[in-house]
Design a protein around this ligand. Structure first.
Ligand code: ADP
Ligand code: ADP
Ligand code: MG
Length: 449
């Protein structure tokens, strides 16, 4: 087993990984930017190395500085968390060259899935249903028009290198097509340095249901149930839960097996998630594979009792999975609410600042993943997510009740957050009934009440 792991990330996920390493008796190295001198991950790890100035490109995605930090500290493996370098296959190849083990899939598997337009082609070959659309990247307006007319409007223009809901545009009719492609390309260029886009049919009012996978380096792969992430605002997840209210044991098996086929088709190893859209008739379509740990992974951990970060480390160490598909038991109901430093009343604009006073909820079945503390200054440079509240109840009703109690207790003074927005969502009668889809939060105004 690795004696020392470097965590190439910050915030709650860095802390989450440090804790798992510590439980496994592995030493940890944190990296931090000058803006993060007082950040918890930098203080709690066994060692911490400053890797540059605040801007992400100079620090958290500064590959040379991160490799140098491994060399200085003797770290033998890198855990990337999510965001930053987690889906950067070029960096995985650099790690390979430097003899540093990447805690995640191989660069080749990442490439096969990372280019989302290309991934769809692989899925068709693996007999996994995909959303109808262009055959790969669309190069010209003429091609875009032809394919859109063929599949029928509305269509989605999507960045091939996309992630985090960026570089996606809905197109209602042909006269909008040129302008929307331009906008998607510009955003894609800005966020991913790659402006390739593809087109797919807009599925009307679907749910976003994803399957968590673990695959070892010996050919074993298992699915750990689903997460329903349909509660999204502008394609960004707000609340995730499992099981999905529309799931049946048969559908879970079908989707789980499709996800395993997807992983096997590209020689996938380590933890990954296959995202599907599910329509009203419970048809499901492959959307993309996230080749990393996800923000909402605790939902699955709460239901299965499996520590996904520890499993990732054991897989990277070459160990075979020590359980099989039949051993995976899903028990109860789990919900995660993402708590962001943002102002719902002002278009959800990020609200960095100092946390003057903080009280976090707790109790039976309540888990908080966070890296903030009282007196901590939330920096404007990074993502606005400051905490995740995860609860587990015996059923959905109990889980919702538990989450309401937990959020009702959450006190964060000094900055504005979306806690009240989340409470309004939990109280919404359609949410309560489980009657929602990915467009539901965009259609309602839950910012008041
Ligand atoms: P998840 O399904 O894990 O929630 P998201 O797509 O929401 O995944 O992304 C997780 C985090 O990573 C978010 O904070 C998001 O802003 C960030 N992120 C996603 N893709 C990228 C990317 N290509 N580059 C930088 N950050 C990204
Ligand atoms: P990202 O890599 O940014 O997470 P996804 O491909 O997962 O991009 O899409 C993000 C979200 O956009 C999905 O969760 C879903 O809500 C919506 N979406 C994507 N593709 C479609 C589609 N073809 N029809 C309807 N909604 C879609
Ligand atoms: Mg996605």
């Amino acid at each position: 087993m690795f004696s020392k792991i470097l965590i190439a990330n910050r915030g709650e996920i860095a802390l989450r990984i440090i804790r798992a390493c510590r439980e496994m008796g592995i030493k940890t190295v944190a990296v931090y930017s000058t803006a993060d001198k007082t950040a918890l991950h930098a203080q709690i790890a066994d060692e911490a190395v400053c890797i540059g100035p605040p801007a992400t490109k100079d620090s958290y995605i500064n590959t040379k500085a991160i490799i140098a930090a491994c060399e200085i500290t003797g770290a033998k493996a890198i855990h990337p968390g999510f965001g930053f370098l987690s889906e950067n296959s070029g960096f995985v190849r650099l790690c390979d060259k430097c003899g540093i083990k990447w805690i995640g899939p191989t660069a080749a598997a990442m490439d096969a899935m990372g280019d989302k337009a290309n991934a769809k082609k692989t899925m068709i070959e693996a007999n996994v249903p995909v959303v109808p659309g262009s055959d790969g990247v669309v190069d010209s307006l003429e091609d875009a028009k032809a394919i859109s007319a063929e599949i029928g409007y509305p269509v989605m223009v999507k960045a091939s290198a996309g992630g985090g809901g960026r570089g996606i545009r809905l197109v209602e009719s042909e006269d909008e097509l040129e302008e929307k492609i331009f906008a998607a390309k510009q955003e894609a260029k800005q966020f991913f340095g790659n402006d390739d886009v593809y087109i797919e049919k807009f599925i009307v009012n679907p749910r976003h249901i994803e399957i968590q996978l673990l695959a070892d380096e010996h050919g074993n792969a298992v699915y750990l149930g689903e997460r329903d992430c349909s509660c999204q605002r502008r394609n960004q997840k707000v609340l995730e839960e499992s099981p999905s209210v529309v799931m049946t044991p048969e559908l879970r098996k079908k989707m789980g097996e499709a996800a395993v086929r997807a992983a096997k088709a590209c020689g996938y190893t380590n933890a990954g998630t296959v995202e599907f859209l599910v329509d009203k008739d419970r048809n499901f379509y492959f959307m993309e594979m996230n080749t990393r740990i996800q923000v909402e992974h605790p939902v699955t951990e709460m239901l299965t009792g499996i520590d996904l970060i520890k499993e990732q480390i054991k897989i990277a160490d070459g160990q075979p999975l020590d359980f099989s598909q039949e051993d995976v038991k899903i028990d109860g109901h789990a919900i995660e609410c993402r708590i962001n430093a943002e102002d719902p009343a002002k278009g959800f604009r990020p609200c960095p600042g100092r946390i003057e006073s903080l009280h976090m909820p707790g109790g039976f079945g309540v888990r908080i993943d966070t890296a903030v503390y009282q007196g901590y200054e939330i920096s404007p440079y990074y993502d606005s997510m400051i905490a995740k509240v995860i609860v587990k109840g015996k059923d959905r009703v109990e889980a919702i009740q538990k989450m309401k109690v937990a959020l009702g207790e959450f006190l964060i003074e000094g900055i504005t957050t979306n806690v009240d927005f989340q409470l309004n969502l939990l109280k919404d009668s359609d949410f309560e009934k489980g009657d929602f889809d990915i467009g539901f939060l965009n259609r309602k105004d839950l910012t008041k009440k």
